[in-house]
Every structure is written in C-alpha cells, then in structure tokens.
Design a protein around this ligand. Structure first.
Ligand code: ACM
Length: 682
C-alpha cells in the first residue's frame, strides 16, 4: 500500500505539477530560483500608495533593505511613491515580519515566505536576513503590461540549499577600491550570496593598513590599501546586506610582499625581496622555524581580527613549494630535530601553531586544501580548490574533507577568472552524485566563486564576476533539481541587466574600453566582434604568468570581451538545428551571418592605431567565412575553390589573436561540412 501511495506522489510530482512549475519558470525571471513557488489569482498593482512596514522596527538591515528596495522599485517602474514607509504603528501594503535579528554566522536562518495578494504582500522570516532575502525575491517579481507595473499573485516558500554562498575577491594582484567592493556586495545580496572572502595579501601586495607593522603598507602596497576605517565600513556595509566577511592573510607561501617589508621573516638569507609584478607561484616563504615569525603573525592577527567580527579566518596556505625551505640548512636541521619528514609536515607544524593563535583570538582557521594533512585537526575548515575535474561529480578535496570530518567549502569549478562559460559553472554541483552520511553532508558548507585579479582592474572586474556569478549563486541556493540551462540563461538576461541598477559596470564598460581603443570613433564594428570572441580560457591568456605584469594594459580588446560571447550560444544552437533541418533553420543562421559578412567594411573605415590594427586579420577572416557561408546557404551551392577558401579561413580563425578566441569554430566547421556534403557540385 505504501508503495502505491509513493507511486502516486511521484506521478504527481513529475506529471502536471512539474509541467506547471516549468510554465512558472518560463514566466518569472527569479534567480536564484526558489524552493517552491505557487501562483494564485491575485495581482498587486504598484502605485504611488505602496508602503512598507517592518515588524518589529528594530532591524537596521531590513530598514536599509527596504530603502534600497523602494529606490530600485520607483526607478524601475517610474511610479512616484508618495511615502514609501508608513507612519509608525501603521501597516504597510508590504508587511515584513521577522522574529529575531540574525547573528550572521553559519547557523543563520535565511528562509522566508513571500505571499502576494491583491492589496497586501507579506514577507515572513525567522531572521531579519531571511526578510532581506524575501525582499530581493519580491523585487525580481516586478512585472508589467502596457498600462501598469504589478506583482503577480504568488506564494513562495524558500530556503537555501547551502549555508555558505560566497564570492572571493583578490585585491592583491590588482587593488579594488571600497566603491568597487560595495557595488559587488550589493550585487551579491541581490542574488542572495552571503559570504565575501577578502583575499587581502599575496606576492603582489598587502592591502590593509598595519599600525603594528607600518612597513607593510609603506613598502609592500604601492600605496594601495584599506585603512582600518575603510575595512570597518566595508564589513558594516556587508553586514547590513546579510553578508559575512572572511579575511584572508595568505601564509606561509605567496609571501613576497610580506618579505619585501620584513625580509628577516624569510627562509632565505641574502635574498632581495621586492613586490612581485608577474603572476604565478613564487619561492619567497615565511620561515616556520623562527619564533619571530609567530610573534609577527600573532601581533598582526591581534591588530586585524577585531576589524572582522566573523568567526572564520582564512590563512591561505596554498601553493607553497618549499623551495626556499629546501635551500636553508637551518630549516633542514629543524625538520630533523622535530621529526618533520616532508615540507607538508613542516607546513602542518606552522598551521597548527597558527590555529592555536587564532583560537585564542576567538577565530576558526580556514585554509586552501593544501592544509588538509593527516596531523591537521578537524577543527580547521578546508577550502577545496584543486583538481581539474574531480570537483564535478566526485567532489575532489571537498568530499575527502567532508568524509574526514572537516567543514569544507568548494571553489574547484567556480574559478571565474578562468573565463569559462556560464554553462560550465552552472553544471558544477558541489556534491554531485556522491552519497554522503548526514554528518558528512552537514560538513559541506557550500561554495565560493573566486575572482583572482591578475588580469582584472576596476574597469573590468564586474564583467569577470557578473553575470556568471549569479548562475553560481543559484547553484548554491536552489534545489539541485533546478538545472535547466536554457531556462536559467533566459532568466539571467533579465537579472544581468538589473545588476546595472546597483552600479555594476559589466555591460557598459565594454563600450568604455572600445571607445578608448578607437579614440572615440564609431565602435559598432568592434562591438560586433566582441559578440563572437571570448578571452582565452583557463589561463591561456597569460601562459606561465609572464605576458602581463601589474602595470600592463588591461584596456585591450580581450578586456572588452567576456566569457560568454553574446552571439555564440545562439549561433551554435542555430547551427546544430540547421544541420538537422536546414529548411526550418536556414533563416536563423543567415540572420547571424549577414551582419558578420558586412562587418569588415565598417571596420575598415576606422582610423587605425596599433590596438585596432591588431584586429585586422580577425575582422577580415570573420567577414570572409561569413560571406562564403551566406552565399552557399542562400544559393545551395558552393564551388570547390570557395570551399577550400572557407576551410582555410576557418583554420586561420582557430589561431588566437590578441588573446581572444572566436567562439564559433565548431559551428563554422559543422556548416562547412554541411556545405561540402550538400552543396558542392561533384
Ligand atoms: C589558489 O588558487 N592558489 C588557491
């Protein structure tokens, strides 16, 4: 009997209900997609009488969130709101209820319900942060017809899948101002992310003011650092958005900047340290055998931990190859004396000492997965990043850590600086198909997108983070079953544009770069190229870290291009349909090819400079290939000579130019094969 009931339930969930959910998913551009959404017949019309009341009134977070909400709503709709907030003790048309002020830790309850009816909207949550998440959803529900803006009647019941939904920003390789951070925090909150991991130190610079060790800022920052007041300001700003801030002080490797200021902490005598300008893994490493190293770190941690209220503190720990340790006789003797066989053992010795220091300061140590060694206590938190593919379904270091009893966070698969596609990142599930016990599952806290900024300045950082990170945010928040790529991409288009309301520059700065490149000429021919070109992926843009230095130009064509070229996904899809049904899809393919075939003409009109000149072969070859394909498809005919030219030109397009690749190569090859099989006169 039980089996029969279960069977009926399954039928219901996969049958009409699933169909209804699909229809809803097509209708609302929500991201992350909520756990449950049901429509009702109501409609709340947005007019000038809309007001918000907050119960109780004592949450700075919800008050701030409501103010932001009203600003964005009135700007988006053009509706002039009379009051916004009702007078005290009056109920608003939007009523927000919560039970308690969140302590903002990993136990935080972010669940909420949101119910839209004709005259009122209720957001109910256990915590004020949950209420904020509900408000973010409500704003995304804003809809319109020709005569009015409105919220469609729905009841949403929502809660996150993972408690840790983070974005790491590296401010060492390139510094990013408080303003950049704040706008990105706003964007994070808009997609319900809740951890900002602040990578503050690396070989290329120390980015916080130290009063205890002033040479860090004097000698190792190029003057680009945050004062204590600025750090407090960012932490408070994040806190109002329900975002925790985890600082990272990366030691003992990635320490060139530390040692530039305090060479006496280094592992190699008679070595001249200076701030690193290239990218990569370097030898300068703190000396783990000297007491002064621990005194230094303890004093530094004492100075900065009060600025960061969160329980967690990241000590990096990655990519220490121990070369300078191997070259230092004293360190070798120390290893023998303490029975430390390998450099991993020595690093664990260092990490365990750091953990004790941090524990005394009330902090929990977190580090990249290199810190997971047999002697590392399971009180440490493992940040999994390594492995090319094992993070996908097997989980790699993440699953290993969870099974060994460590709390753990996944970044493998969410390295957004690798410039991989939205589809790739969206397809990475933190747990995948791995079976975990309840406790092991609880150890998996969630994930973080990592914005390493070797190739990123404040002009381009937003376009490297967004919109891909919104899709990653959905992976961390929404049920695992929410995985329809096309539907997600449709929703993301709206969400991406709405990020501009928060000052995110990912769309507009493309034109900023192109205007600069062309000395303010007509940029349309270059814009066309950005829609089919992507920056080289997986660090091919800066092979071995030696093409670009800190002060290289990041205002190039590659910087105007993004990981998902706007026309590539649509064209590739159109071609895969065309080769199956050319009659039905030929127009779609031709619509893409026509403007590309004419683009070189427009490009040729530009007054040249070295940056534009470098694009000449790319522009010419794209036009050539498009013209040949266009003609072949239109006439259903291709000569042997043209086919050969087509093949040769596609081959030329395959080679990267100016650090970009054409994102159409497979589809162009498919079309070329199609033409050969179907249009070539034998
Ligand atoms: C890392 O990417 N080195 C953590």
């Amino acid at each position: 009997m039980k089996k029969i009931i279960l069977f009926i339930l399954i039928i219901n969930l996969t049958g009409p209900l699933a169909f209804a959910q699909k229809a809803i998913a097509d209708k609302y551009d929500l991201m992350p997609w909520p756990k449950e959404i049901r429509e009702n017949q109501s409609k709340f019309v947005i007019d000038s009488n809309l007001t918000i009341s907050i119960h109780p009134e004592n949450s700075e977070r919800v008050h701030h969130g409501a103010v932001q909400f009203l600003r964005r709503l009135t700007d988006r709709t053009g509706v002039f709101l009379n009051e916004g907030f009702p007078v005290k003790n009056k109920k608003g048309s939007i009523q927000i209820h919560f039970d308690e002020i969140s302590k903002l830790n990993i136990q935080n309850d972010e669940s909420y319900t949101l119910e839209v009816s004709n005259a009122t909207i209720h957001i109910k949550a256990k915590t004020d942060v949950g209420a904020l998440r509900g408000l973010a959803t409500l704003l995304q529900l804003t809809a319109h017809n020709a005569s009015e803006y409105f919220f469609q009647g729905v009841k949403i019941t929502d809660a996150p899948r993972f408690v840790w939904r983070g974005l790491m920003i590296d401010v060492s390789r390139h510094f990013h101002s408080v303003e950049v951070l704040k706008r990105n925090l706003d964007a994070m909150a808009s997609v319900k992310m809740n951890v900002f991991h602040w990578h503050l130190t690396d070989d290329q610079g120390i980015r916080f003011e130290s009063k205890t060790y002033p040479k860090l800022t004097e000698l190792a920052s190029d003057g680009l650092f945050y004062t204590h007041e600025q750090i407090k300001d960012v932490v408070a700003y994040a806190g109002r958005l329900g975002i925790r801030v985890i600082p990272e002080i990366d030691v003992p490797g990635h320490a060139t900047a530390f040692l530039t200021a305090y060479p006496e902490l280094g592992s190699k005598d008679d070595y001249t340290y200076s701030i690193e300008r290239f990218s990569g893994v370097f030898d300068p490493t703190l000396n783990p055998t000297k007491d002064i190293t621990y005194t230094f770190l303890e004093n530094l941690f004492k100075e900065i931990t009060p600025l960061f209220p969160d329980d967690y503190f990241h000590i990096g720990g990655d990519e220490n190859e121990g070369k300078h340790w191997d070259e230092n006789e004293e360190i070798q003797k120390f290893k023998q004396k303490h029975n430390l066989k390998t450099n991993h053992d020595l690093q664990t010795y260092f990490n365990v000492k750091l953990e004790k220091i941090l524990n005394k300061l009330g902090k929990r140590l977190m580090g990249w997965d290199e810190i997971m060694t047999p002697d590392m206590p399971t009180t440490a938190v493992i940040h999994a990043w390594r492995g090319e593919n094992e993070g996908l379904t097997k989980g790699g270091a993440l699953i290993e850590a969870a099974k060994q009893g460590y709390q753990t966070v996944l970044s493998n698969g969410y390295y957004i600086d690798r410039m991989q596609s939205i589809a790739y990142h969206y397809g990475v599930d933190p747990i995948g198909d791995v079976k975990l016990t309840k406790q092991e599952r609880a150890n998996v806290l969630g994930g973080e997108a990592t914005m390493w900024s070797e190739l990123t300045t404040s002009v381009t950082i937003d376009s490297r983070i967004w919109p891909r990170t919104a899709a990653i945010a959905e992976r961390f928040w929404s049920p695992k079953s929410v995985n329809d790529l096309d539907n997600m991409k449709k929703r993301l288009e709206t969400v991406s544009v709405n990020l501009e309301e928060l000052g995110i520059t990912h769309i507009k700065n493309q034109a900023v770069i192109l205007r600069s490149m062309t000395n303010n000429q007509d940029i349309s021919s270059l814009l066309t190229l950005t829609k089919i070109c992507e920056p080289l992926k997986i660090y091919a843009r800066n092979e071995d870290g030696i093409e670009y230095k800190t002060y290289s130009s990041f205002n190039l064509f590659a910087d105007a291009c993004i990981a998902d070229a706007a026309d590539a996904y649509g064209f590739n899809k159109a071609v895969s349909n065309f080769v199956k049904d050319s009659k039905k899809y030929s127009n779609t393919v031709l619509e893409y090819l026509k403007p590309w075939s004419q683009n070189y003409q427009a490009f040729s009109q530009l007054e040249k400079n070295p940056k534009i000149n470098a694009l000449e072969p790319l522009s010419k070859n794209v036009a050539e290939v498009s013209k040949l394909l266009l003609e072949a498809i239109q006439t259903k005919n291709i000569t042997a000579k043209n086919l050969q030219t087509l093949k040769n030109t596609i081959e030329l397009l395959k080679a990267p130019v100016v650090d970009v690749e054409v994102a159409l190569i497979d589809a162009l090859n498919d079309l070329s094969h199609y033409c050969e099989s179907n249009y070539l006169k034998k």
